[in-house]
Design a protein around this ligand. Sequence first.
Ligand SMILES: [Ca+2]
Ligand SMILES: [Ca+2]
Ligand SMILES: [Ca+2]
Ligand SMILES: [Ca+2]
Length: 364
Amino acid sequence: MDGSIYTEQDVSSLAEPVQFMVTARSVPDTRIWETTVKLALAGGTLPPPTAQIAWEDAQQPSVILFPAHRGTSSGGLRRQRRDWVIPPINVPENSRGPFPQMLVSIRSDQDREIQIRYSITGVGADQPPNEVFRIDPVAGKMFVTKPLDREERSSYHLRAHAVDMNGNKVENPIDLYIYVIDMNDNRPEFKNQVYNGSVDEGSKPGSYVMKMTANDADDDTTANGMVRYRILSQTPLSPIPNMFTINSETGDIVTVAAGLDREKVSQYTIIVQATDMEGNLNFGLSNTATAIISVTDVNDNPREPVVSASSLKQHQSRGVPEPHAAFQSARSRREAASDLRPSPALRLLAPRRCLGCLLHLGVP
Ligand SMILES: [Ca+2]
Ligand SMILES: [Ca+2]
Ligand SMILES: [Ca+2]
Ligand SMILES: [Ca+2]
């Protein structure tokens, strides 16, 4: 009912494109639209962009008629047919011409009795950008005069008029909708060439690290604008070559393995590739960007300071709110430990973390 086409059997062994005709009949009258569809396997040996396949053999409505008139033959009220549907005119972007390129003929069936002059109005005709579309006033043939860019303007709404030789209206104007068919002429673009992220050492597999996304200016309701992500490389490759993974659709980077150790590798460099055509590497367009992932320090190399739970209690009863004194004197005894010296901001947090360990372990 909605015009979707499905395969009935497995097409994975389809060696050559198949071609068939699709016919649409309108219910209230007998008008017919026909178009030829050519289907080829994506990723086959010669994979041109799908939109192009559809276009090359597609037949436009060749003639658009002004609605027929109903009414009394004695010249009474003319009424437009209520269910008159003007088929949209589809024009692929980046056409190579030659220009002017004919799109469709506009016709009034009164042209058998009187001479008619046709014209079009609207943005793209008599309003800027002027003369993208033109009509031959006598023959009613409508042309596009130059290549269109869907990313600049994806549709045009024109009105077609028919007047007699004295300029009197012979038809009510009709609306013409011109849709610019998307071609995959834009690569996914990362906003930055380098992105910075960080992750705590010792993080569990599945820990969120950062997000990298690229924008594709093409139609994101088609494969042309559907971007997928993958990691091309990781440096260094230790402790294993795939420490991270990227969600192919969202661009979220997460850890996949345990073993992040700042004392061994403090920074990873990852190259991420974004590919349109839903990530099809055969005919998608790609771009890359770099992620620099800093492994942040966690105090995982403490030389256990000799502080017992009872001595902590003593500190607290003396009115010391946190065990700073006990911790810091212990800390100065272990300058040689390989963890980073805490920054002033970290100093406030570190005793708490350590306090937790001490109480748990019950040292000594
Ligand atoms: Ca374009
Ligand atoms: Ca495009
Ligand atoms: Ca694209
Ligand atoms: Ca550490």
